[in-house]
Design a protein around this ligand. Sequence first.
Ligand code: GDP
Length: 363
Amino acid sequence: GFKCGIVGLPNVGKSTIFNAITSAGAESANYPFCTIEPNVGIVAVPDKRLDALAEIVNPQRVLPTTMEFVDIAGLVKGASKGEGLGNQFLGHIRQVDAIANIIRCFEDDNVVHVDGSVDPLRDIDVIQTELNLADLESVEKRKTRIQKLAKSGDKASQAELVALEALEQCLNDGQPARVAALSDEQRAMVQDLHLITIKPVLYVANVAEDDLAGEHPHVQKVRDYAAEQGAEVVIICGKIESEIAELDPEEKSDFLQEMGLDQSGLDQMIQAGYRLLGLITYFTAGVKEVRAWTVPENALAPQAAGVIHTDFEKGFIRAEVIAYDDFIAAKGEAGAKEKGLLRVEGKEYLVKDGDVMHFRFNV
Ligand code: GDP
């Protein structure tokens, strides 16, 4: 599966947000939710397109697609040197594919801050420093290991050494590995290092209840910082989310409407995490079931078929595809067909977000 890790300093609201995510998933039997391990939750990816498709098709059931969040505890100053839960923390964060950094932006005298005051940029800096140090150690270890080989003329080791030196310089400059100027080939060479700062990130500003508009100076600082990195920011209030998580779907939409919100912060965070993982959604729309499925960006049609069943991939013949907007505009498959909007695509077809697909295959 594709996992998004939730990290942050102690007392910033990680558990509150993680618990809201997992209990939100449990609210409806239709939402396949479970906790695999205490700190891993499978959540439904909210997608309004599913409701629109269901309205046209009238299926027996509607199934959203899912993604995984991992609550990763133990990020403290010194974690890269094994302080606190350091080694365990590093082990867990290496296993996720993307990272949501929870940044405390709410003031609350009853909730102590490990450094005595709320200061988002200082916190971001602590996180960045720890993760950089951990990566630097991985890079240096590898360098030491291959230096001899490179000197003795081994071409692969020489090429890798060039990539490692670029990474080392980037990390020493206080920059995450993700911004290092590496070619795709070089990236592949260092993939098995499982660098932490090479993973895509998202900043989640945990704000006070009356700051949801996101205009507080604390939030502004996070926005500016994230913008420099080309990273996304989601505004959330952990406290409100834990209240929303207790509501049933109808109460939830009433509550959001009263707050003047289109979507909960949590839903935004899940969608942002999904994008961060480089995932797109295609749909199947039959009378039995309207369902969302996940594929990585750049997936070809047979791979998409394989998400449903390996036999669909093995025996793939063709895919019948209607773009989501066409499906809605034509009020369903029959209408789309009439208008010539149903395309027949082969093995080389690059799946697009929102495609409504039907696979033909040999058994
Ligand atoms: P963690 O250590 O990062 O997992 O933080 P927790 O989720 O355990 O939260 C630490 C404390 O902050 C708890 O007492 C929460 O109730 C409180 N908290 C979390 N989110 C918010 C929020 O949005 N506003 C306020 N005022 N308190 C919050």
